[in-house]
Design a protein around this ligand. Structure first.
Ligand code: SUG
Length: 447
């Protein structure tokens, strides 16, 4: 059996992190619209979470923020002149476009790509399809730079295949790993790939909120990657209506364990049967363990508010049972806290719960699970990654110092109109390319 580990690649929060309410159906984003954000605390919170995972013994990587405001996007819409003139004119005539161009949303790395580990891929490479994220305008700006970013971190084409995003058409609306769960007996063995979609692109969608992931997008990803053990399951329509804009708001899995809310899937029984049979056919016959929280114990609305399921579920070296890394908000929501306590008190697969403070991200609907992209890597694959992006306490120190010097600690959406913010952001990102060894042409402004 090949030895493999699950690495986490976390998105570093960018200097323009703000609460502009850009994501309909993401209730936290709607609720906090217009509030002042604190980009500096946001980046420190993210780094502290990375430190926690590093200290627990898992390989940790840093994915850089993207260049924001995206002046190229604004220029393509007819704003011209100097960069300052572009910002000023957009702020005056189309502030929503400026907010869109300024979002720090690439921080949510669970939406960076869908990943197939080499154990599951037909050609034995690790496959990535960067998400086109085309349901939300601000997120549709991410795919191209995410592709560049993943190719920088995973440069060796004999081991890694970083595809282009799927065609940018609504039929292929794709939100990446936030709607994908991999189960397996062991990380290095072939497993089950559960692809969860919100809608079938050939059917009309009349929901109040968008269904961001199509079946057709995931079918294409599965074909490109040659991913074995595939199961396609539909999100419950009622869950999307209740604010489950990605399946990872109500579901997370690791190793043999799938942890989910009763109301997550349109046809829960079919999902369970399909996962069981894929585990037989492709996963070497492992027995999946379904840990389900009932509506009676935790109503769906409280699951969404507390983000219990938007936790990281990790298998730590030397431990049989899994550890759940949940947001503080779970501990502060009585029934969600009780559900978490209930997990560890039994003999189930989850043996421990820890809490992390990622409040700045949470206010935009991004919990601990949203901030990371999981990539299962063999020892050889791990050694082929860009060492400049490998997290350790020394890198944490450098990045905290960098953010302390370069980031603001208060930003209102109206402040996005300040042309100095663009200058500050580029100065910060330029320095970052050296810290993370990204090369001198990583960002559009450097080219
Ligand atoms: O796409 N929020 C993100 C949160 C993504 C969470 N990711 C996962 N569930 N994996 C989104 O809705 C809000 C940005 C704003 O409103 O400014 C935002 O895009």
């Amino acid at each position: 059996m090949t030895h493999a580990v699950e690495a986490n690649c976390d998105g570093l929060v960018g200097p323009t992190h703000s609460f502009a309410g850009l994501a309909p159906g993401n209730l936290a984003s709607e609720i906090h619209k217009g509030e002042a954000s604190d980009p500096r605390s946001a980046v420190i919170e993210g780094l502290s979470k990375m430190r926690r995972l590093h200290d627990l013994g898992l390989p940790q990587f840093v994915l850089p923020p993207q260049e924001r405001p995206d002046t190229g996007f604004l220029r393509s819409l007819g704003f011209g002149g100097t960069d300052a003139a572009v910002i000023e004119a957009a702020a005056r005539v189309a502030p929503e476009l400026l907010n869109t161009a300024s979002s720090a949303s690439p921080m949510w790395a669970a939406n960076a790509a869908t990943v197939t580990p080499s154990a599951d891929a037909a050609d034995g490479r690790v496959h990535f399809t960067p998400a086109n994220l085309l349901t939300n305008l601000h997120r549709s700006l991410e795919g191209e730079q995410t592709t560049r970013s993943l190719r920088r971190l995973f440069p060796d084409e004999t081991r890694f295949a970083v595809h282009d995003p799927l065609p940018a058409q609504p039929h292929f609306a794709d939100e990446g790993a936030a709607n994908h769960v991999r189960l397996c007996a062991d990380h290095g063995e072939a497993g089950v790939n559960l692809f969860v979609y919100g809608r079938d692109a050939w059917e009309p969608w009349a929901g109040r909120y968008p269904a961001r992931q199509t079946l057709q997008a995931f079918e294409a990803v599965q074909r490109r990657h040659g991913a074995g053990g595939a199961v396609f399951a539909r999100q419950a329509r009622a869950a999307i209506e209740a604010g489950v804009f990605h399946n990872d708001v109500v579901c997370v899995g690791a190793r043999t364990c799938l942890f989910f809310h009763e109301a997550a899937f349109e046809d829960r029984d079919a999902m369970i049967a399909d996962v069981r049979s894929a585990a037989q056919d492709h996963g070497g016959g492992f027995e999946p363990v379904f840990v389900e929280i009932a509506e009676a114990d935790l109503p769906l609305g409280e699951a969404v508010k507390s983000y219990l399921f938007n936790s990281m579920l990790v298998s730590l070296p030397g431990e049989d049972r899994l550890t759940l890394i949940a947001p503080m908000e779970t501990a502060e929501t009585p029934r969600a806290h009780a559900a978490a306590q209930g997990l560890v008190s039994g003999n189930g697969p989850i043996g421990r719960v820890e809490y992390v403070d990622v409040r700045q991200s949470m206010r935009n609907g991004g919990g601990p699970a949203c901030l990371r992209l999981r990539v299962v890597l063999t020892d050889e694959e791990l050694a082929a990654t860009n060492p400049g992006q490998r997290f350790d306490p020394a890198l944490q120190g450098r990045l905290e110092d960098w953010a302390g010097r370069r980031y603001r600690d208060r930003l209102l959406p109206a402040d996005l109109a300040d042309p100095m913010l663009l200058v500050e952001s580029r100065t910060a990102l330029d320095e970052l390319t050296q810290i993370l060894d990204l090369g001198g042409d990583f960002y559009p402004f450097q080219r």
